[in-house]
Design a protein around this ligand. Structure first.
Ligand code: M6R
Length: 612
């Protein structure tokens, strides 16, 4: 959570940082601020609200200067207020800090500083950090980077920080542990940010800071060292990220753009990996480790939110095709449960952002217990990508809308490929079935395209139900995780209460909720449980519920019973989640938009959940 951006160089630092904050606003948007270091002063502007509120507040002020730090916040310590917004200043006002993460031992440090006479203006842990650094610098009469280093040996928690010094406008100091930080390397200039999106329009040369590394940046060059004070060599990488991938490209919202990108993003997940005509399927990233899954006694899948739903779909793949038991775990529960990880278990961690704190901690725990960890990650070079032993990127491109859409379908695509490879090697599916699956998977991008052509149907239904207060989503088998995903999409962006259930569970409780006011979305495509789900639809209709059904093209039965239907193309039952989720993504998008919700930045949420 929180986005941090900083710049040092000859450009107008304020504009670079402000633009960067707009790109990172998906990470947090309850308050924002900028500090510019110039002329022996720190010009500080911060405001509750989003980055445009800050921009209007700043208009007309003197914003000159070649070094600036900026922050867009998702509150952890202290409510969203002007005072709690970053940057925070040290006691004498000569240092400013931006921070993403949580300092767990901040209250004991704060008490010590209060005893020494420090007065705090905010409720944040971040302000404590900068007072602490200033205190060390003054007491030890040392350089700022040394004070930062000493402070970090005492600070417990997660941080990505950047510090500016009003007496030295040619200096920025950055450090990270647990929260992401990328340094863009230009000619005589540096760009720092929580991810590469604010950087790519200036340079594609980047250094991903490692945990416990401190970067001392001057226009003349960069020094990297760790908190043991040992210098390290910056590893400069070239990233492949196009500017249009992070812009809306004519769509009203990033979410809508990302929904419509899915034929391409799924194709990108398949590219170079699948050639059905030749019977080829290979994932280079996991090739050397695939036998570990082939011989696994059990697979444990770790993830949160939508990625967890993709993991549930994968559970069906691995059990159905590979005949291996699978447990799909919420990373947040797994990490605190003293879980059993045995030799012979394989762990698959799934994450779009690659920065989710709970997933990262669960991975570290599973690793410590001797597990071998496979990553299925979108963000290249992210913490989870680096923490796993081996992995396959999903190549969905930047996902900026807070509601995950294209990452889900790309995760399911990659997980299906892993399961197909394993099943083939294990001999748990026939040659014929294997080749049928390859051929079918290759058709998915065009089937998703077709499902998207019916977006108007979802929009029409959205208009009918935009005032509903509750929704129920029901599905069976492979479509059960899709029901959960549909419900999550709706509640997170439209604030309508929605629940996903296995359709058969309805009669064990949720059926009590059904009356003429209750819209029930059935994911009722033609598959092995079709007859059963038809009966469930009848049960809802008998209680006057309003049924919206996602059906397979050509279905003649359900349209006679349901109130509204949306058709999707025919595909293999196992691959249906890739297609049946599309109308649900569209339905929630249109409902949220009609209700006037902030679709890309829903309240209280952030794209990358780097706090537990
Ligand atoms: O980046 P990750 O995939 O690890 O994120 C996991 C969840 O935070 C994420 O899927 C969240 O549930 C989304 N807002 C869902 O749309």
């Amino acid at each position: 959570m929180c986005g941090i951006v900083a710049y040092l160089g000859e450009r107008d630092a304020y504009h670079v940082v402000l633009k960067g904050l707009k790109r990172l606003e998906y990470r947090g948007y309850d308050s924002a601020g900028i500090a510019i270091s110039a002329d022996d002063q720190l010009k500080l502007f911060k405001k509750k609200g989003n980055v445009s509120d800050l921009e209007s507040f700043i208009e007309g002020k003197d914003l000159s200067g070649g070094a600036a730090i900026g922050h867009t916040r998702w509150a952890t310590h202290g409510e969203p207020t002007d005072n709690n917004a970053h940057p925070h200043l040290s006691s004498d006002g000569s240092l400013a800090i931006i921070h993403n993460g949580i300092i767990e031992n901040y209250s004991s440090i704060k008490q010590e500083l209060i005893n020494k006479g420090h007065v705090f203006k905010s409720d944040t842990d971040s302000e404590v950090a900068i007072h602490f650094i200033e205190d060390i610098q003054k007491n030890n009469h040392c350089a700022l980077d040394e004070a930062v280093r000493i402070a970090l040996t005492k600070i417990v928690g997660a941080y990505a920080i950047v510090i500016a010094d009003k007496h030295d406008p040619d200096l920025l100091i950055a450090a990270r542990k647990g929260s992401p930080l990328v340094i863009g390397v230009g000619k005589g200039e540096y760009f720092l940010a929580s991810d590469a999106t604010p950087i790519v329009e200036y340079t594609n040369e980047v250094v991903y800071l490692n945990d416990y590394e401190i970067a001392v940046l001057r226009k003349s060059g960069m020094i990297l060292k760790n908190i043991e004070d040992v210098q390290t060599n910056p590893y400069v990488q070239t990233i492949d990220l196009e500017l249009d991938a992070i812009e809306k490209g004519g769509y009203k919202h990033f979410m809508l753009k990302e929904i419509f990108e899915q034929p391409k993003s799924i194709q990108d997940a398949l590219r170079g990996r699948l050639n059905a005509a030749k019977g080829d399927l290979a994932l280079g990233g996991i090739r050397d480790y695939v036998n570990r899954i082939v011989s696994a006694d059990r697979i444990i899948i770790l993830a949160c939110g939508t990625s967890w739903h993709a993991g549930l779909v994968a559970e069906y793949f691995f059990e159905d095709w590979c005949r291996v038991p699978v447990e799909v775990e919420y990373a947040s529960e797994f990490r605190y449960r003293n879980p059993i990880v045995r030799e012979g278990d394989v762990i698959i961690a799934i994450s779009q952002s690659g920065e989710t704190a709970d997933t990262l901690a669960a991975i570290e725990l599973a690793k410590a217990k001797g597990g071998i960890i496979f990553g299925v990650v979108n963000a290249v070079g992210s913490s989870i990508a680096r923490a796993t032993h081996v992995g396959a990127y999903i190549h969905a491109g930047p996902e900026i809308g807070v509601a995950s859409t294209k990452a889900f379908t790309s995760q399911v695509t990659v997980l299906s490929m892993i399961a197909m490879i394993v099943a083939y090697k294990k001999g748990t599916i026939s040659q014929t079935r294997y080749h049928e699956l390859l051929a079918e998977l290759e058709t998915i991008p065009s089937k998703v395209e077709k499902a998207l052509e019916l977006s108007e149907e979802s929009e029409k239904i959205a208009r009918m139900f935009s005032d509903a207060t509750n929704f129920l989503y029901l599905g069976r088998g492979y479509n059960f995780p899709v029901a959960l995903e549909g419900a999550l999409k709706l509640k997170e962006i439209s604030y309508i209460h929605a629940e996903g259930y296995p359709a058969a569970e309805m009669k064990h409780g949720p059926i009590a909720l059904i009356d003429e006011e209750m819209p029930v979305v059935f994911i009722a495509t033609r598959d092995s449980s079709y007859d059963k789900i038809v009966s469930n639809i009848q049960e809802v209709k008998a209680r006057k519920g309003k049924v919206i059904a996602i059906v397979t093209e050509g279905d003649v039965l359900i349209p006679k019973i349901a109130d509204y239907v949306i058709e999707v193309p025919v595909t293999n039952e196992a691959l249906m989640p890739l297609v049946s989720v599309i109308p649900l993504q569209l339905l929630s998008y249109y409902i949220a938009d009609i209700r006037g919700c902030n679709v890309d930045q829903p309240r209280n949420l952030a794209k990358s959940v780097t706090v537990e």
